[in-house]
Design a protein around this ligand. Structure first.
Ligand SMILES: [Cu+2]
Length: 476
């Protein structure tokens, strides 16, 4: 029987164990490919990341195999997509802050790939962004990535390849998984933990009001299954369930609710919040993570899912069932969709004076009917965007000015930032590595430059990133 908890079904993919049925089948399906490759080891060209490693290669703690798979979102919906270790989401990588980890990545695809460690403050060689200078993994090649995980919290790993106009590549595919960095200290008391990973599938282009193209999806899933096609999460009255929630969608923000329950938000993007506020509905832009505790105090059967009917009926939901309760699950009502990062901030914002202020103005250029808009930072599109120079040790105030009519989940690699104002209202105590800058608004965030090396900044919406919404920060 397939394990129902993501945690237990994924932790068995450590290199030295091989017990689960799903993993076993995957091993069998790849046997032919491995055999072919073993005849000619030179086909496995070690890439630059491993050449800088010690002569004695360490035994990897984890292995990630990138391959095309057929995946059953539901019995009626089978898709083909590239994924990690034959499962969606990929193997849960659970590591400890400060304890070095070695991960072997094998690319069985016929194209070069790259894996980014989102939220980790690690060197460029390991980070996984070719624009920074991290090496790609060639088609049929493999690499060994080594880094010391920091900071603790809910992070993730995913392809950083471009999707361009191919809606099966990049984050439109199944190439994503959870990287949970446990703190060295006790993370707190809870009765069980659950991982909730959102994704949208079968992307297609549709014409927006002005005739330019936008991405939409046929269906969505939680933990790789459409609503009603995964085993329910079983809880008991009084339990405190720690939810690790990741929006791994290529382009869509999502709203999540569990009727009759509230989410006590403990951390955003893995970073503990100043105020652990309780909310009814969570908003997660692409790449955002929320760590939240739910006290199970309303017995029944419920859908934990998208608060909006159209997304939930397209599959984005999972059932939560109290012990001994049966019946039709109660779905979230489309209530007010309200989200304010400041709910989790310090009650009295701390005031800091930045050493440097860096305006970053986001705008788009209409490229015509049937075309993708071109996205710009300070008037230029990648690869022509001006690079931003950071000075080590200084406090840089990033002023995100969104002059467009879209919201943008902007992301900074290898660092995080502290939100200092949203729509002109001062704030502090919320540290993130992705922030949604809503259409027509300004968000300010302070970046402490403490991790030398090239640092990519981009919109995490795949089609925006692919259309120029990227810039490189570099240290002076
Ligand atoms: Cu964007």
């Amino acid at each position: 029987m397939i394990e129902r908890k993501l945690n237990s079904r994924l932790t068995d993919s450590r290199v030295d164990s091989f017990p689960s049925r799903r993993k076993f089948l995957y091993g069998a399906s790849l046997a032919a490919a491995s055999l072919a490759l073993s005849r000619d080891e030179s086909a496995f060209a070690w890439t630059a990341a491993s050449q800088s490693a010690p002569a004695q290669e360490p035994v990897p703690d984890y292995r990630i195999e990138i391959a095309e798979i057929e995946w059953e979102l539901s019995p009626k919906k089978k898709i083909r997509t590239a994924a990690y270790n034959g499962q969606i989401p990929g193997t849960l990588l659970r590591v400890t802050e400060g304890k070095p980890v070695a991960i072997e990545i094998v690319n069985h695809l016929d194209r070069a790939e790259i894996v980014h460690w989102h939220g980790q403050w690690i060197p460029v060689e390991a980070d996984g962004a070719m624009e920074e200078g991290s090496p790609m993994i060639p088609a049929g090649g493999k690499t060994l990535v080594q880094f010391t995980p920091r900071p603790a919290g809910l992070h993730w790993y995913h392809t950083h390849a471009m999707g361009n106009r191919d809606l099966k590549r990049g984050l439109y595919s199944g190439q994503f998984g959870v990287l949970l960095v446990d703190p060295r200290s006790n993370p707190g008391a809870y009765d069980q933990e659950q991982f909730i990973v959102l994704h949208d599938w079968e992307a297609y282009y549709s014409a927006s009001g002005d005739g330019s193209l936008m991405v939409e999806y046929v269906c969505g899933s939680i933990n790789g299954r459409m609503l009603g096609h995964d085993a329910p999460i079983e809880v008991r009255e009084g339990q405190r369930v720690l939810f690790h929630i990741l929006n791994a969608s290529a382009t869509e923000p999502h709203w999540l609710a569990l009727p009759g329950h509230r989410f006590k938000v403990l951390a955003l993007d893995g970073s503990p919040v100043a105020t652990e506020a309780s909310v009814e509905t969570l908003r997660l832009g692409p790449a955002e993570r929320i760590t939240a505790m739910v006290t199970m105090d309303t017995p029944g059967v419920f859908v934990l899912g998208e608060a909006r009917d159209e997304f939930r009926s397209a599959g984005m939901g999972t059932v939560i069932e109290y012990a001994g309760r049966t019946g039709k699950p109660v779905s979230p009502q489309a209530g007010k969709l309200k989200w304010d990062y400041r709910a989790f901030a310090k009650a009295n914002p701390a005031v800091h004076t930045p050493d440097v202020t860096i305006p970053l103005v986001f705008s788009s250029r209409f490229k015509g009917h049937g075309a993708l808009d071109k996205w710009m930072i300070n008037g230029k599109s990648w690869p022509d965007t001006d690079s931003i120079v950071l000075r080590e040790g200084l406090r840089h105030r990033l002023v995100f000015v969104n002059k467009s009519t879209d919201d943008h989940p902007v992301h900074l690699h290898r660092h995080n930032f502290e939100l200092v104002s949203i729509r002109g209202a001062a704030t502090s105590g919320v540290h993130k590595d992705v922030v949604i800058v809503e259409a027509g608004t300004t968000v300010e965030a302070d970046l402490l430059a403490t991790n030398r090396g090239n640092t990519l900044f981009h919109c995490h919406q795949q089609d925006h990133m692919d259309s120029g919404f990227m810039a490189l920060f570099r240290y002076a």
